[in-house]
Design a protein around this ligand. Structure first.
Ligand code: DLZ
Length: 228
């Protein structure tokens, strides 16, 4: 006869395997979130995002670095927890990795031009060393990311920690002060803003960029009336 503890142990094992092998969509390279804790449980909201942020129609590109993996992976977990909380669907998240922060702008540009994303979140961490390297990269990446969002009209979230020490990086990437959480929510807010601004009318926020917008009869009437 099979004992109850054995059944429970087998069930837990199967659940663990199922969670581990669940596939996630990738664009350029696969990535697997390591959800050890839920960062949202402890987070403090410094920006004041509303509870009604609805990301269920948003398509999100994420590009993260492989430099400083402990910090970057934790920031990524914060981003994913925020996206999950706002209802972004897993199949609408496109993950990409790059070696270091200097590579973030080009990868972000590829994602922005892919027509698969309403917003791109970049995640990286630059820790100041003893040379000028930090200053050059931080400035170039910041400018690069701003240029991309203005040129493509796809919002780019500046998820680059620029810190003096590893301790500062850890303090900003873990627990209640995980900056990834606000980056995730900022991404949803900006994706919705973009879609509302570039599409016409509040109910057209989910249309693809390639789709041609047709005015409703009421909107045609209004256009004539106001001369635009
Ligand atoms: C080379 C370098 C150094 C020293 N430090 C960092 C860092 O703290 N964070 C980071 O994201 N990347 C670093 N890199 C790598 C550069 O960003 C870049 O990948 C290489 O210079 C190759 O272009």
């Amino acid at each position: 006869m099979v004992r109850l503890p054995t059944i429970v142990a087998v069930a837990c094992l199967l659940q663990g395997i199922a969670a581990f092998v669940t596939p996630r969509p990738v664009l350029l390279s696969p990535g697997r979130p390591s959800m050890r804790v839920n960062p949202l449980m402890m987070s403090k909201d410094l920006v004041g995002f509303g509870d009604d942020l609805d990301g269920s129609t948003c398509r999100i590109g994420i590009v993260k670095t492989r430099w400083n993996p402990e910090v970057v992976d934790s920031l990524y977990e914060g981003v994913r927890a925020a996206l999950n909380e706002t209802g972004v669907k897993d199949e609408n998240i496109y993950d990409t990795t790059v070696p270091g922060s200097f590579e973030l702008p080009l990868a972000a540009r590829f994602l922005a031009l892919s027509r698969q994303c309403d917003v791109v979140i970049t995640i990286g961490c630059l820790i100041k060393g003893e040379t000028m390297h930090f200053e050059y990269i931080a400035e170039a990446v910041t400018k690069g990311l701003m240029d991309i969002q203005l040129q493509t009209t796809i919002p780019v979230i500046f998820g680059l920690l620029t810190v003096l020490t590893e301790e500062q990086a850890v303090a900003r990437s873990k627990g209640g002060n995980n900056h990834g959480i606000s980056w995730g929510k900022t991404a949803v807010e900006m994706a919705l803003l973009r879609n509302a601004a570039l599409a016409k009318g509040p109910n057209r926020a989910t249309l693809s960029l390639t789709e041609k917008l047709e005015d409703t009869p009421e909107e045609k009437k209004q256009s004539k009336q106001f001369g635009f």
